[in-house]
Write a protein that binds this ligand. Sequence first.
Ligand code: AMP
Ligand code: MG
Length: 353
Amino acid sequence: MQLKTKILKLDENNIDAEKIKYAASILRKGGLVVFPTETVYGLGADALNQNAVLNIFEAKGRPSDNPLIVHIADKDEVYKLMMDIPDDAIKLMDKFWPGPLTLVGKKTSSVPHSVTAGLDTVAVRMPKNKIALSLIKEAKLPVAAPSANLSGRPSPTTAKHVIDDLNGRVDVIIEAGNSDIGVESTVLDITLWPPVILRPGGVSKEQLEEFLGKVDIDPSLMEKNLDMLIPKSPGMKYKHYSPKAELVVVEGELSNVVEKINALVEEYKRKGLSVGVLSTEQTKSLYNGAVVISLGDRLEPKTIASNLFKALRDFDDIGVQLILAEAVDDKGIGFAIMNRMKKAAGYKIVHIS
Ligand code: AMP
Ligand code: MG
């Protein structure tokens, strides 16, 4: 499928209503529109149009058993998509919407099975990005939108990433700068109580605990259980977020991590590989003989989250064959950062104490 992709440049602080109208008209006709959200760019289509939804899977090369998140612009829209919503879950929506929290609940019959990959639950979120909200409002539709990358690749946090992956595969790409958060939403299952985190993301476990008292974590997110458990969030079983280079995460005490990475750089360079190091500001000057990209200050995990996917794609552009990545603290948004980094590595992790 080769399409002529139209690129529309928009400014979140001064939204051009005509461009939004045009993009919304494409969604209403069943077309594919990539739009910015505060997490990552999303590849959107009319969530109630089975064919439009199937085109999302085709454009991304996404396996059909990996369900999509439905985006809404008004909290009340959730009732058309989800039923049996507990009162406490409504409080969660009031607290965290608009924002990077996706709730998984029992689906209504309006939601096509292609959206939920045959599951009887649906994932819904109200994004905060103003362009996303105006587009959904103007289209007057719930919009199904996974991340706007080719399946398996790092999620896009700039329009350039989207163009690299999806030019010619979608009708419209809205270009609107860098994503604020840079990792995807937290996916929370509210069919159980306390609710269960199926995917860590932009709203941290600590924030949810502060509000709910208790929140559970799907056991598949504990890496030691990886081989034993079938993840409940179906998308989590696929190779994800991966750069073309092999990625290895090194975790442990920081000075030992630096020493180990330097030793590995030496070892792999001797084997003739070009090596990259994913570092932080505190350590970037300590590596020798590798291309070093810093994710930012270790004490500013939000910056690290916003730079992660871009750094993985930058290593691809540079063309390194192996990336050695420093682990960061997994508190707060660090849980999402480490989840993505380890998945990108296919769970190749070196642990040194
Ligand atoms: P993406 O939008 O590409 O970040 O992927 C959406 C994520 O939400 C995937 O990890 C899905 O598995 C998850 N998801 C969507 N719908 C459901 C659902 N009904 N139950 C569990 N997880 C879901
Ligand atoms: Mg994705």
